[in-house]
Design a protein around this ligand. Sequence first.
Ligand SMILES: C[S@@+](CC[C@H](N)C(=O)[O-])C[C@H]1O[C@@H](n2cnc3c(N)ncnc32)[C@H](O)[C@@H]1O
Length: 239
Amino acid sequence: MSQYKSEQEAAESGVYIRKIQSFVKREGRLTNGQAKALELHWPTMGLEHKDGLLNLAEVFGRVAPLVLEIGFGMGKSLVEMAKNEPDKDFIGIEVHTPGVGACLADAAEQGVTNLRVYDHDAVEILADCIADNSLSRMQLFFPDPWHKTRHHKRRIVQPDFVQKLRAKLEMGGVFHMATDWENYAEHMLEVMSQAAGFKNQSTSNDYVPRPEQRPLTKFEQRGHRLGHGVWDLMFEKVS
Ligand SMILES: C[S@@+](CC[C@H](N)C(=O)[O-])C[C@H]1O[C@@H](n2cnc3c(N)ncnc32)[C@H](O)[C@@H]1O
């Protein structure tokens, strides 16, 4: 990219630069249950990147506070949260199709109706499908930690990303992160503390106790068993 000042400038000159992504797509096989759930429930709960900007009133049949979760895994905690907060609408984004299938199966089983999902890269969904100032909460739980230093650039929490996200939050909206990897927690804290327009909700200016609304995830339970800590961070959009 050296001769171009930015990715956009390169793209405008017709040069394609491979984007750094926060995930590697695992081609896990779908179980019969996941395949069936996708077949049955994708028409009502699935959202497509190609449809562009979301019309929330049309999608949910009402206007309610909107919560967006990136990388919901198998969707267990997302479904639980949607069930526990029926006055809010939830959108989940995940690139791992078996996880999307599992999430739909779980949502249908629990009778959850205030949840829709994308099977697509969250960075593109944010850019193309979510209106500015529309999110009351943005959730990022146990994102891939990319342990090796040379992979840290793949971590989704980066100065540029969090500003794109701030544009999507409404004023007073909250970006809630959790991780069981201490070095990533420190990285999140550093990026967010320096990010314009956000205020840390922690009274000690670092981490917050797990709020009741966030259920324990599978990853977290495993972390507990391994004796790891878990760090929650909540930052509010203030400008
Ligand atoms: C370590 S898992 C955690 C899953 C879940 N949040 C949990 O706590 O159990 C991280 C997930 O984020 C997803 N992911 C990573 N980058 C993503 C992106 N840009 N868009 C959508 N999903 C992404 C991965 O596919 C993976 O399932």
